[in-house]
Design a protein around this ligand. Sequence first.
Ligand code: COA
Ligand code: AMP
Length: 631
Amino acid sequence: MGQFNTLFKQSIDHPEEFWGKAAEDIDWIKKWDRVLDTSNPPCYRWFSGAELNTCYNAVDRHVENGRGEQTAIIYDSPVTNSIRKISYKELQNEVALFAGALKSLGVNKGDTVIIYMPMIPEAAVAMLACARLGAIHSVVFGGFAASELSIRIDHARPKILVTASGAVEGKKTISYKPLVDRAIEQSEHTPEQCIVFQRDVIKADMQAGRDLDWKELVAASEPADCVAVAATDPLYILYTSGTTGMPKGVIRDNGGHAVAIHWSMKNIYDINPGDVFWSASDVGWVVGHSYIIYGPLLKGATTIIYEGKPIGTPDAGAFWRVISEHKVKVLFTAPTAFRAIKKMDPTGSLLQQYDMSSFEALYLAGERLDPDTYHWASELLKVPVIDHWWQTETGWAIVANCRGIEEMEIKAGSPTLPAPGYDVRIVNDGGKELPPGEEGNIVIKLPLPPGTLAALWRNEERFKSSYMKTFPGFYETSDGGYIDKDGYVFVMGRMDDVINIAGHRLSTGAMEEVIATHPDVAECAVIGTDDQLKGQLPLGLFVLKEGVERTPEDIQKDLVKMVREEIGPIACLRETSVVERLPKTRSGKILRGTMRSIANGKEYRMPSTIDDPTSLDEITSTLEVMGYPKK
Ligand code: COA
Ligand code: AMP
């Protein structure tokens, strides 16, 4: 048996031994009573009884162990034309001071803090400062509109909101402060204060009494020490799209997270202390949490905060420039970034200008890695191109090619084998396990490994009903796929109403909720359609109320504007169409899956429960007129 298979088997047969050993790489204030607490299934707890501080493990211990002068963070911002390097010692000072500032405002262990910031180092400082105090951060992605921020403010009830004056998005500047003001106005809960980092490129108007200037506050504050927290205490809440407009607040604990994320850096990404690891994502997504901030820093590596795009900042050679300039060993991004580069520079000619000798592997996740993009990237870069599959809920890869343990053969279209700790199975809707090659629901046998979601914030019922109820004893991933005869997992797509737009997870249900509020719309459905660049794009179909006088074109414009304003520009809802009626089952359920198949040119079976089969013919012709399925 190869090294990988041996370790994998150990992790499934003896999880306590396996993760207990991995936990030796973390500095604990108090050791655990039990590695895995199984007393309350389906809620499992890792390292119960233990105490630690995540910020200490990510920052202070490296300074104490002689890495103080090493660069912890490289901030590379082509959009502001600046590069800044922050050593571990400098990071420790900045984090301790900002933690002191939060403490002076009354932030204590267990309090929540919302962070709504662009890709600047202060976002990392704010997250780590919360971890230092045992406060729970909830980072909200900057591409979400005011009302999405407001939903999260009301649910997380933050004591403090930390923001910046704005973001530079490609060639545009976006002021964050008016969005924050509007979000707070719309919320029932009001944060006691807002801390605003004023950027040179954008100035924010401050509200006297409530808003505090980051720099002034820090100048007047004393450094704060790391606070001991229980391994099972929450480190952060990260809201992610479910099937409705109310996102799910995934809770990550401190202990299991530190152990698993630290372990993954070497074993999955082959990263050692001192290596340069670049995750080109955003701090607002799980990839940003695990692999821009916590993973590389827990490992003592150097991380890059890149405020730019794969194209247009200034060109499709931007990624190669960053890799060569900062001697990046591993890059992690979403396939859509590579599709964007390929579209602008199909032969990859810009690569020739750069010295890529430091570069050892490309990791992709966030959406399915289509074989075309896989082949293009691996032929161009001549390094392993590793697809790996995971979710906000799991926090790290469920299925991956664990190169740090043993590099496995790559099969295009598959993220390879289940990672240690994950007992992955394919079952039919009745929960019966399916043989190799047969497609079904991908589930994971409980308990999940450390670092995966501990619960949903203030919603234990939804935690159980969303993930644990359909297949008792298993975690329901909501992805569909199959496992081949060699054990390779093929992930084919979501089984629910969640879609992936440019690697961003969004809910079609949330878009429907917005469209349904239009006074002229009787009912609607939003479906995910395949897109060559962004992977998927939403398409809205709506039925008008009787007697509406405005033209469908005007209403379509309203709907696009409403979704942009209510959810945010990243929802990318650009196409809608009026239809006479939506196809439904006899019990009135809209047949979204069947419409999705028609729009994407996939075969489908006429649902036996359909109310009127001719409704599908009407939808097929409407979609045909709109150019679906796309060639
Ligand atoms: N703050 C405010 N607005 C934001 C934003 C942010 N942090 N991030 C994106 N937006 C806006 C964009 O400006 C754009 O607005 P527009 O409609 O006015 O042009 C809109 O949201 C859509 O953004 P995006 O989907 O990123 O499209 P794009 O055309 O700007 O870029 C790609 C396309 C493929 C280059 C880009 O999506 C990309 O780099 N993806 C990489 C993948 C990635 O980071 N995935 C994260 C998970 S790993
Ligand atoms: P998020 O929670 O934003 O990370 O999105 C998780 C979802 O993205 C998963 O449930 C999948 O549908 C999809 N996804 C992520 N990575 C992959 C991958 N490597 N292959 C296929 N789908 C993926």
